[in-house]
Design a protein around this ligand. Structure first.
Ligand code: GDP
Length: 296
């Protein structure tokens, strides 16, 4: 399947290090536990999540008197799945909502909004798009292409306009049209990162104040950027108090474990994953499926 295919590079990398580790025998000695933790860290699941996983596995090995490394590895999928923060089903699960998408330029925000608009429209929902990236004319044009493709209305203003006003207009339009899903694309780059965070805070505040529908803030991160993605996520979460994550570009990266690191550290659920550039390449996230695809 697509998730398994998409994570094949991450999985190959993990299996390669695991094989090296098991070459020295299946004993559950200190060297094995350290090697396992290191292998998880190399797979980008992050230091905190890796330590947690190994601690829980050690605990089970003792309690259940597991005979060897193979018995431990049988439990690895479940433990990796458990490091993801659960929840977020209400965000893009079919309930009426306003969803604000934030993230650095190039992470796949606009593409993701486009894919979601198409999928939701196909599912019979009444969708409206807002393009609040007034800093970059190309961003508005790009979203317009997606809007046309799925026959969805898009609200925006001229380049340089106040993004909060675009959001305000979008919500008014959504109310007039009886839309039940409002997807708003925001800027991913301004003159400085502090400017960007200030602008996004203003946008989030205006939308929260004005919207009659529940408002969710979703960060889009690019898995290929590995630990940089985690850095960005921390900064956005500090400034905006995020509700969920979407991790894109899981195809063609060996850094897929970053999804676990971010979800674990920031205590945020992953609501969708991107596994390609095509319109169908946005998938529901399932922790067990993901863990299985990551480590095989
Ligand atoms: P934005 O600047 O955050 O709005 O990013 P864009 O939506 O413009 O996407 C940047 C590039 O990433 C485009 O070329 C997209 O086609 C590509 N992209 C987005 N999501 C994915 C994905 O899941 N996999 C792959 N391989 N490419 C993606």
């Amino acid at each position: 399947d697509r998730i398994s295919d998409g994570l094949s590079r991450s999985r190959d990398k993990f299996k390669e290090s695991m094989n090296v580790l098991l070459d020295r025998g299946p004993d559950l000695d200190e060297e094995f536990w350290e090697g396992l933790e290191e292998t998880l860290i190399l797979s980008d699941v992050g230091g905190a999540a890796a330590a947690d996983i190994v601690e829980r596995l050690r605990d089970q090995a003792t309690r259940r008197a597991l005979p060897d490394a193979y018995a431990v590895l049988d439990l690895l999928n479940d433990e990796i799945a458990a490091t993801f923060t659960a929840g977020g089903e209400d965000i893009l699960g079919g309930q009426p909502a306003v969803v604000l998408f934030v993230g650095i330029n190039g992470t796949g925000k606009t593409t993701t909004v486009g894919k979601l608009a198409k999928a939701a429209t196909d599912a019979g929902r009444n969708v409206i798009l807002g393009s609040a990236d007034t800093f970059r004319a190309a961003a508005i044009e790009q979203l317009e292409v997606w809007a046309r493709r799925s026959g969805v209305e898009m609200v925006t203003r001229e380049r340089g306009a106040d993004p909060a006003s675009v959001c305000y207009d979008t919500l008014e339009r959504a109310e007039a049209e009886g839309a039940d899903l409002v997807l708003i694309d925001t800027a991913g780059r301004l003159h400085t990162s502090a400017d960007l965070m200030r602008e996004l805070q203003k946008v989030v505040n205006v939308v929260r104040k004005r919207s009659k529908l529940p408002v969710h803030t979703v960060l889009v991160i690019d898995a290929t950027t590995g630990q940089n993605g985690l850095q960005q996520a921390r900064e956005f979460n500090r400034a905006l108090d995020l509700d969920a994550l979407i991790v894109t570009k899981l195809d063609g990266t060996a850094k897929g474990g970053i999804a676990a690191a971010v979800s674990h550290e920031l205590q945020l659920p992953i609501v969708k994953i991107g596994v390609g550039e095509g319109i169908d390449d946005l998938r529901d996230f399932n922790a067990h499926e993901f863990a299985a695809a990551l480590v095989g």
